[in-house]
Design a binder for this molecule. Structure first.
Ligand code: UTP
Length: 410
């Protein structure tokens, strides 16, 4: 795209300010900016224009979905684990670590996985995850292929860190990095922000694009060649989670479901978690703010909350279904976040409060694309210690407490 084409595109979109400093830029910067403008997806600006006016998309008919409970899982543990371990040994299970996020709430300027949560010795978030996965590797007697999604903002740091730490004892031949896509950020008036005079402020485009990013990275052929039939997707920040958990894998496989989701019983009806339910008969996740008071307090005859099971971002998806769904679009969510930007005077502003809007697709929306999902209950205190904030709820401090309660020496 040349300058005139870029100018015309931006004028049509009401974004001409992006060329404000064009003349000050060197040749390479100019070229890079024009490439960014060329890649700009106008539909995101339309999404933003509708945001606020219509809110999020309308939901279909919602109904409760129960879960395979902890008690039922215990009764069948041996059977489930045997089936899961067999699938792992056959190489049918891969794990996908979603580590492309910016972790803005934590406020750590390196990839979140590099955060040290140790007290008396270094213990990095990535290290906790690898240790958890190693337990399965030891049991199965084989390494599990591990795919790590980064973004262009943290890819180099993440790879270097794994190298430096010798993959925390994991076999590097089983680790595959891939990079997710980015999307521009806009101010409250819908104006795209610049992070440098010659660079549009972009952020990772959410965790929903992981499979298409894997495809873009050329990994689909690899999945096929290796016979990887299922992928266990998990977030970087839950330091207690079980990855490629043989019992979960076995239960999902034996259930005949097309997908599986680990869930925890809500701590109280008002807890702010996304709840696994049915929407128009297909599995779906309803956010706490989308639920009516009637739904929140509704109970089953046994006294349990009807909408009781919150998701913890640990899912099993079939690779053949994901491949089929490639190209189908997921809802774009608009989220309010802190995004550093260049103001009209050209000075860099580092906001302390959310100042901008980002565009994200979410992995939880992929659940609704599945025809069935095994809802698999796990014990919150044993498997759910997310690190979102420095302290308070879902924080370094709360996760440290939970790790210690589970015997991890910090
Ligand atoms: P979060 O929404 O908690 O992560 O994503 P975040 O965006 O990094 O955090 P804040 O809101 O700015 O503090 C849950 C998981 O999805 C990954 C995160 O790395 C985390 O594992 N994620 C999120 C991505 O991989 N890419 C994204 O674009 C966003």
């Amino acid at each position: 795209m040349n300058f005139n084409e870029a100018k015309a595109k931006l004028e049509a979109l009401g974004q001409s300010h992006l060329l404000r400093w064009y003349d000050e830029l060197g040749d390479m910067e100019q070229e890079a900016l024009l490439a960014q403008i060329d890649a700009l997806d106008p539909s995101l600006l339309e999404v933003f224009a509708k945001y606020g006016a219509d809110g999020e998309a309308q939901r279909g008919k919602l109904e409760p979905l129960g879960a395979l409970t902890i008690g039922e899982i215990e009764e069948n543990r041996e059977r489930f684990e045997t089936a899961g371990l067999e699938a792992i040994r056959q190489g049918k299970i891969g794990a996908v670590l979603l580590a492309g996020g910016m972790g803005t709430r934590l406020g750590f300027d390196k990839p979140k996985g590099m955060y040290n949560i140790g007290k008396t010795h270094p213990l990095y978030i990535f290290e906790c995850l690898i240790r958890n996965l190693m337990e399965v590797v030891d049991k199965a007697g084989t390494f599990v292929p591990l795919f790590i999604m980064t973004s262009e903002k943290n890819d180099e740091d993440t790879r270097e860190f794994f190298e430096e730490q010798k993959y925390f004892g994991y076999n590097p031949e089983y680790v595959h990095f891939f990079v997710q896509d980015m999307a521009p950020a806009v101010d409250p008036d819908g104006k795209i922000l610049l992070e440098e005079k010659g660079r549009i402020a972009t952020s990772p485009n959410g965790n929903g694009g992981w499979f298409s990013s894997m495809a873009k990275a050329g990994l689909l052929g690899f999945l096929q060649r290796e016979g990887i039939e299922w992928l266990n997707i998990f977030a970087v920040d839950n330091v207690l989670q079980r990855i490629a958990d043989p019992c979960f894998v076995g239960a999902t496989l034996l259930s005949g479901s097309e997908s599986g989701a680990k869930v925890v019983a809500k701590a109280d009806p008002q807890e702010r978690v996304g709840v696994l339910c049915l929407e128009d008969g297909a599995p779906s996740i309803v956010e706490y703010y989308e639920m009516t008071e009637e739904m929140i307090t509704r109970r089953e005859p046994d006294g349990r909350l009807s909408y009781n099971f919150g998701v913890i971002l640990n899912y099993l998806f079939r690779t053949d279904r994901l491949t089929e769904l490639l190209g189908s679009s997921l809802q774009t969510h608009v989220v309010n976040k802190k995004v550093p930007f260049i103001d009209e005077t050209g000075s860099l502003v580092k906001p302390t409060e959310p100042n901008a809007y980002k565009f994200e697709t979410l992995v939880l929306d992929m659940v609704h694309q599945q025809r069935s999902c095994l809802s698999y209950e796990v014990e919150r205190d044993k498997e759910f210690a997310p690190i979102k904030n420095p302290d308070g709820v879902d924080s370094v401090v709360s996760a440290q407490g939970l790790l210690e309660a589970n015997g991890v020496v910090l």
